[in-house]
Design a protein around this ligand. Structure first.
Ligand SMILES: CC(C)(COP(=O)(O)OP(=O)(O)OC[C@H]1O[C@@H](n2cnc3c(N)ncnc32)[C@H](O)[C@@H]1OP(=O)(O)O)[C@@H](O)C(=O)NCCC(=O)NCCS
Length: 209
């Protein structure tokens, strides 16, 4: 039986990492990418940018499945807007889990969330919709990640950590158990986070925290 087609919305570097995971997962056939007008007809790992955002209503008549493949560091807004638009247009946004990741059967992963190579999502963890759980990150037991978050490469969220919607946790940062990060926080790269962070906090270490 042929695999269902999956549309990738976003055609930058993160899209290439997503292609790698989707190919390895093997459940979907990538239909093509949706990118900026100037990206049209460019190729990413053998897949073509077939359309721009403006074409999404037409694409929704043809394709059932989509995933947001735009990256996220300073702001979640683009990913949030695209997720909302895709949902309104009737696309189904499946969760994608790399075969090299470990997701506990006691954890939950939301719609449109991608769990990338080598990530661990441990028992009782809950990850919302449209999140990126990036390569080799660790979400320890009972961690709770709301929608539209990016837990970056190699970041560690210890037990019972909570992350509010739209937040970014930088590569290699370690969040102490039980800590809450508010909504739309930015945690920089390679930092220990020992204290709760308010909504919109920007934690970059040293005297700039
Ligand atoms: C937090 C962040 C988004 C801020 O970006 P920015 O506004 O462009 O600011 P800069 O990175 O230029 O940093 C400005 C200053 O803040 C300080 N700073 C920023 N992040 C810091 C960190 N993690 N630790 C210590 N100091 C930091 C430094 O003093 C820096 O000055 P420098 O030019 O001497 O390095 C960025 O520093 C960062 O951590 N990005 C995430 C990288 C990452 O995890 N990528 C993974 C993608 S999968």
């Amino acid at each position: 039986m042929s695999k269902p087609h999956l549309l990738l919305i976003g055609a930058g570097g993160h899209a290439r990492a997503c292609i790698e995971v989707i190919e390895q997962q093997g459940l979907y056939q990538i239909a093509g990418l949706v990118g900026m007008p100037e990206e049209r007809r460019t190729q990413h790992l053998g897949y073509t940018v077939i359309a721009t955002d403006r074409d999404l209503p037409e694409l929704a008549k043809v394709y059932q499945y989509a995933v947001i493949t735009v990256g996220q560091i300073r702001s979640p807004d683009v990913r949030m807007r695209l997720f909302q638009r895709a949902t309104e247009l009737g696309f189904q946004l499946p969760s994608i889990v790399a075969p090299t990741a470990h997701v506990s059967r006691h954890a939950t992963i939301g719609a449109g969330t991608i769990v990338m190579h080598g990530a661990i999502v441990n028992a009782g963890a809950r990850v919302g919709n449209n999140c990126i759980v990036n390569s080799r990150s660790l979400l320890e037991h009972d961690a709770m990640i709301e929608d539209h978050c990016h837990i970056s490469t190699g970041a560690i969220l210890n037990g019972n950590v909570r992350v509010g919607s739209g937040s970014f946790v930088g590569s290699g940062s370690v969040v102490k158990e039980g800590i809450t990060l508010g909504k739309r926080c930015i945690i920089g790269i390679g930092l220990p986070v020992r204290h709760t962070q308010a909504d919109h906090a920007r934690f970059v270490g040293g005297d700039k925290s």
